[in-house]
Design a protein around this ligand. Structure first.
Ligand SMILES: Cc1cc2nc3c(=O)[nH]c(=O)nc-3n(C[C@H](O)[C@H](O)[C@H](O)COP(=O)(O)OP(=O)(O)OC[C@H]3O[C@@H](n4cnc5c(N)ncnc54)[C@H](O)[C@@H]3O)c2cc1C
Length: 488
């Protein structure tokens, strides 16, 4: 089946009522709830772009069955395939200004990585490799929207999952049946969970021997009996005025905690089972980080370009950009954009070829971005706050422009290079991005969506090929014993 439309996505949501809780109430139909209407419409728009003649050729490609399916599902075999994927990521990222971190292409990349690395799953038994490959084909054929929940809830981070204050706080296998394992406990943080079609669950490395009950990789339809979602309070309940909150009213990405209340996972949906070593090896050995790192780097670049664009417009509107130190801050942001672009290009030029004949972007530049972007994005937001200063808060409401004090508003809120209405809109855009609850979630997202940046950066140091740096230092140390060059 070919890539789906927005209307088909909506039909799928309606056809599968799920156990979603928001504000103490169970929602019968997420499509009918005001808090989800806008996010659903945004996602539907992304699916519709797959059929827009201007983008269809980029967002979809012909798979081995002859169908036109999403380009993010493509398992690349050439440099050109990598570039095709990059272009597709960019189209959806530009449509959302990079603000929907979990646009469907993110987890489509995960599945493509897993399918490409089916041999890694086969280490636990050939049937698991068959399961993951079939699941990839199923999701691609139906163009399903996946959420994922990798992290146990924050209960006691000084203890392992198997040693929390109550058994099965952290999701694990409570018993096994002939139909499949039964799961109990919770996982987070399922972005788009309430409006997804399926949930995919795997783990970040870190399980210890003895934690076999927590070593499982699987996927389930979101309406599976016993699977419950508890939503965080939304920032937009469908009532935010776009004239006051231009971003929050368009790009809310709902998040949920998933409770597994004795959920049966059919065997054909189990991809890894009770194997702690394999569970820990999956992340590095499946090339997952290159597949998803490529998508998140392109999306992250668009988001940086957008944030820096807002910053530049503010500096130009009130001419703070005439000051040297403001130019220095703007220059810092421009450098960041160029560094990200260079890392992405290098990851594509220096692609790696697998024994299977597939290719993947180079690891080093992408892991560098993965550990560096969580620091760069907060810095750019800080610069936006510094340059915007009090003006970010000092904005009139949209209604003031159409009121008895409109003359005052037009006079006192004008910028040097922007009339009052344009300047006000610009500052509201900036506050949504850099000040309000929506913007703070965006910031927290960039810091943490890829895991804990501290441990990831430390891990990069540990695994880095240090030989060039160490050799240079070693050669310099030999100068102590070398005769000085006199030039005679
Ligand atoms: C907006 C947002 C959206 C997200 N979306 C998703 C999603 O769609 N799917 C998903 O699975 N996850 C998602 N995540 C979750 C993300 O993967 C986690 O936030 C991230 O892995 C960090 O885990 P944590 O939040 O539990 O923090 P913790 O791991 O509890 O860390 C909290 C602090 O304690 C320190 N710390 C804790 N434990 C240790 C330790 N053992 N060693 C050293 N330091 C430690 C950390 O350095 C950090 O400073 C999202 C997160 C955010 C913020």
């Amino acid at each position: 089946m070919p890539a789906r439309t927005g209307a088909q996505y909506l039909e799928g949501l309606r056809a599968h009522p799920r156990d979603v809780w928001l504000g103490g109430r169970r929602l019968e139909d997420v499509t009918a709830h005001p808090a989800f209407r806008r996010p659903i419409a945004r996602l539907a728009r992304l699916y519709d772009l797959q059929h827009d003649p201007a983008h269809a050729g980029t967002l979809t490609c012909v798979d081995e069955t002859g169908d036109r399916t999403g380009t993010a599902f493509l398992i690349p075999r050439t440099y050109d395939d990598l570039v095709a994927r990059h272009r597709a990521f960019r189209v959806w990222a530009e449509d959302t200004f990079g603000l929907m971190g979990r646009s469907p292409d993110f987890l489509n990349c995960t599945l493509a990585a897993f399918a490409d690395a089916a041999d890694v799953f086969a280490r636990g038994g050939q049937r698991y490799a068959d399961h993951i490959r079939r699941y990839y084909e199923y999701v691609r054929a139906h163009d399903l929207l996946l959420t994922h929940a990798l992290i146990p809830p924050q209960n006691d981070r000084s203890r392992t999952s198997g040693d929390q204050q109550a058994p099965f706080l952290h999701m694990g296998i409570v018993r096994e049946t002939s139909d499949g394992p039964v799961l109990r406990g919770a996982r987070m943080l399922a972005t788009l969970g309430p409006i997804a079609d399926e949930v995919l669950v795997y783990s970040l490395p870190g399980l210890r021997p003895g934690e076999e009950a927590h070593a499982i990789v699987f996927a389930l339809p979101i309406d599976t009996p016993g699977l419950r979602q508890i939503c965080r309070p939304p920032y937009d309940r469908g009532d935010l005025d776009p004239a006051e909150h231009p971003l929050a009213s368009h790009f809310e990405e709902c998040d949920s905690l998933i409770v597994f209340d004795d959920v049966l996972v059919p065997w054909e949906r189990v991809f890894l089972y009770r194997d702690v070593d394999l569970c820990n090896a999956l992340y590095p050995d499946s090339n997952l980080r290159q597949y998803t790192g490529h998508q998140t780097a392109v999306r992250g670049l668009v988001k940086l370009e957008f944030a820096v664009g807002v910053l530049m417009q503010i500096a130009q509107a009130v001419k703070t950009d005439v000051h040297l130190h403001v130019q220095d801050l703007l220059g810092e942001c421009v450098n960041d954009i160029e560094i990200v672009k260079s890392c992405i290009a290098r990851s594509e030029f220096e692609y790696e070829t697998t024994p299977r004949g597939t290719v993947r972007p180079a690891f080093e530049p992408l892991i560098t971005l993965r550990t560096w972007l969580p620091r760069v994005y907060p810095r750019i937001i800080e610069i936006l706050q510094i340059v915007g200063a009090g003006g970010l808060l000092m904005v009139p409401s949209a209604a003031d422009f159409d009121s008895p004090i409109a003359e005052d508003v037009r006079k006192y809120y004008q910028g040097a290079a922007a009339p009052a209405l344009a300047r006000t809109r610009l500052y509201k855009l900036a506050w949504d991005l850099a000040g309000d609850a929506f913007g703070m979630r965006q910031l927290q997202y960039e810091r943490y969506y890829n895991g804990d940046p501290v441990r990831t950066t430390a891990g990069h140091y540990q695994s880095y090929d240090k030989s060039t740096c160490l050799d240079l230092a070693q050669r310099a140390l030999q100068l102590f014993d070398a005769p000085a060059v006199t030039g005679d």
